[in-house]
Ligand binder design. Sequence first.
Ligand SMILES: Cc1cc2nc3c(=O)[nH]c(=O)nc-3n(C[C@H](O)[C@H](O)[C@H](O)COP(=O)(O)O)c2cc1C
Length: 213
Amino acid sequence: MGVYVLGIAGASGAPYARRVLEQMLSAGHQVKAVITNAGRKVLEVEESLVLTGNTEADTPVLLDWARAAGHESNLELYHHKDVASPIASGSFPVDGMAVVPCSGGTLGRIAHGISNGLLERAADVCLKERRRLVLVPREMPLGLIHLRNMTAVTEAGAIVLPASPGFYHRPSGIDDLVDMVAGRILASLGIESPVMKPWLGPEPSSYSEEGNQ
Ligand SMILES: Cc1cc2nc3c(=O)[nH]c(=O)nc-3n(C[C@H](O)[C@H](O)[C@H](O)COP(=O)(O)O)c2cc1C
């Protein structure tokens, strides 16, 4: 089983992070999680998770997510300022990292190697060690600086995977939309998961229905 870093920055999209974490854990992988201060704020707003600021206090809260997957012992949370943690070093082997969601600020710092927190440092390590790094920005509209930073991280080897679900699977609710983005994130890291549903073409029934209209 693999070891993956999950970074959570201060963009909207906590449900994506939750789904990715659950799927990583339920697939039996170890997850090393790090949340920026703004990420904590957004989790509070979107998921009513009040994170109090130190590892011991945070872990039980995120463990609620992990417990749903039944593998909470495989989750380890590091404080964003703990730059002495294992994931800050390239000598600590990890199989990849996803930043879900990724704020414009975190994207910019990663694009420019400004590793003033553990999340950016762990991403920088992935790039220098040529490991898989998936960044999931959520912003609209995109400014020129966002676009340039996305180009820069792509040139450096990262995958930019915007949180923009499609509708061709005919989602029946928000969970389906979240699953579509989470599935693509996991697939980009090489993690198989039931939430990744490949497009196999339109269903014949929906095709003929449209033709009859
Ligand atoms: C509720 C809430 C939602 C936000 N949504 C976004 C967003 O979708 N995208 C984004 O880039 N920033 C968003 N922000 C702003 C970032 O949190 C802010 O720029 C922050 O400084 C980013 O810090 P970080 O990169 O260290 O996580 C949001 C902030 C709040 C409080």
